[in-house]
Design a protein. Structure first.
Lengths: 128, 107
């Protein structure tokens, strides 16, 4: 297939917002956020590998309000992308194409991402 | 890369990365309150180090293909698109490689 002759997708500004488009664009945005999160993780691991001082310096940032906000945001972003990814797998297997089902699964992804974030934090902090 | 091959690789990398990222996220949340020694101990375990390396490889690979799809949809200029793809490719190789080398030799 010759990629260069593909037409561009219609840009976001001309869409009427619906559950389907909201879930779809958020899948892409969280994908980008997850990449930033992976880079953060690489810096975190690398700093511990390079020296204790560097790690402690980075740790102070991670334990700050901004650091916690980023970590919670990253957990949500990953939770969302995971659930939305499962939805994509169902489509790949041929299920869930009806408009009603697709809207319902979209809403489940949005709400579920917050529930999953809370579950990850409760397990991580030893509350479950 | 052919579009059909990208499609398969994207799903394959997701299937490998998904269970590992769940484990890693929980560990990360747990370690974020811990100190330097806790983190070093964690990555000194061969299994944990191995899982992290697999996660970084599949994760960055998945991100490279995914970003390429976004560029395909929203960047019209061929030159800018090619440059963006090249830059993403280089970063998605260099960043995890440095981390993996450190994981293998420094923990």
């Amino acid at each position: 297939m010759n990629d260069s002759k593909n037409p561009l997708s219609p840009h976001l500004q001309i869409y009427r917002w619906q559950v389907s488009s909201l879930v779809s664009i958020t899948h892409r945005i969280t994908g980008i956020l997850n990449l930033l999160g992976l880079i953060f993780i690489c810096i975190w691991i690398s700093s511990a590998g390079i020296s204790q001082n560097l790690f402690e310096f980075y740790s102070i940032f991670l334990k700050s309000f901004v650091g916690k906000f980023i970590l919670i945001g990253f957990t949500w972003s990953m939770s969302y992308h995971l659930l939305s990814g499962v939805r994509h797998f169902f489509w790949d297997l041929g299920y869930g194409y009806e408009i009603k089902t697709a809207n319902l699964s979209g809403i489940i992804v949005i709400l579920g991402s917050f529930v999953l974030t809370i579950i990850f934090w409760m397990i991580g902090r030893g509350l479950i | 890369m052919k579009a059909s091959r990208k499609w398969i690789f994207q799903r394959f990398s997701a299937l490998i990365a998904a269970p590992i990222i769940i484990w890693f996220l929980i560990s990360l949340i747990s370690l974020s309150t811990g100190d330097y020694n806790a983190v070093v101990n964690f990555f000194s375990k061969p299994l944990f180090s191995f899982l992290t390396i697999i996660l970084l490889i599949t994760g960055f690979f998945h991100a490279k293909i995914g970003l390429g799809e976004i560029f395909e949809d929203y960047i019209q200029d061929e030159k800018i698109k090619n440059f963006s793809n090249l830059l993403t490719l280089l970063l998605s190789i260099i960043i995890p490689s440095i981390t993996i080398i450190l994981l293998l030799y420094k923990f």
